[in-house]
Design a protein. Structure first.
Length: 143
């Protein structure tokens, strides 16, 4: 499923199913959110399907940067022929393991900074904004 074909087809079907059926149960039990409200946000819509598909595709595009094995163009290109761009950039003197380490460090630092920025910007109702989306959280606070 780490190919573009898999992300757009099987990945989208699985992530849509999980979002519609399992996400409301898990978030209501783990985080104490109202299951009815979560189900309302997670109902099957074209926007939800598109969101799941885009999430899968962007996951694949992020993997291109830092993976030694990239089946992104499978079945047309051998996954071992497509090494992550950052690994090649950081692989000093052909040391791919060092390139992999530096690429992962850079990726995690960037993701951490993005998460900190989200937390700082959205301090109010942060849990609901992350789990249910900003639109739902804003309409709930305005009621």
């Amino acid at each position: 499923m780490h190919s573009l074909i898999g992300a757009v087809t099987i990945g989208t079907i699985i992530s849509t199913f999980v979002t519609v059926s399992l996400y409301p149960i898990l978030t209501s039990k783990l985080f104490g959110l109202d299951r009815v409200k979560v189900k309302d946000v997670c109902r099957l819509t074209p926007v939800l399907v598109l969101s799941c598909m885009l999430g899968n595709v962007f996951h694949i595009l992020l993997d291109i940067l830092t993976h030694l094995f990239n089946p992104i163009l499978w079945p047309f290109v051998d996954p071992y022929d497509f090494v992550g761009i950052l690994i090649l950039a950081f692989g000093l003197e052909g040391k791919m393991s060092l390139g992999y380490l530096y690429a992962k460090i850079l990726e995690n630092v960037i993701m951490g900074l993005i998460m900190i920025a989200i937390i700082v910007k959205s301090r109010r109702n942060l849990r609901e904004q992350i789990l249910l989306g900003k639109l739902y959280s804003n309409t709930r606070t305005n009621e």
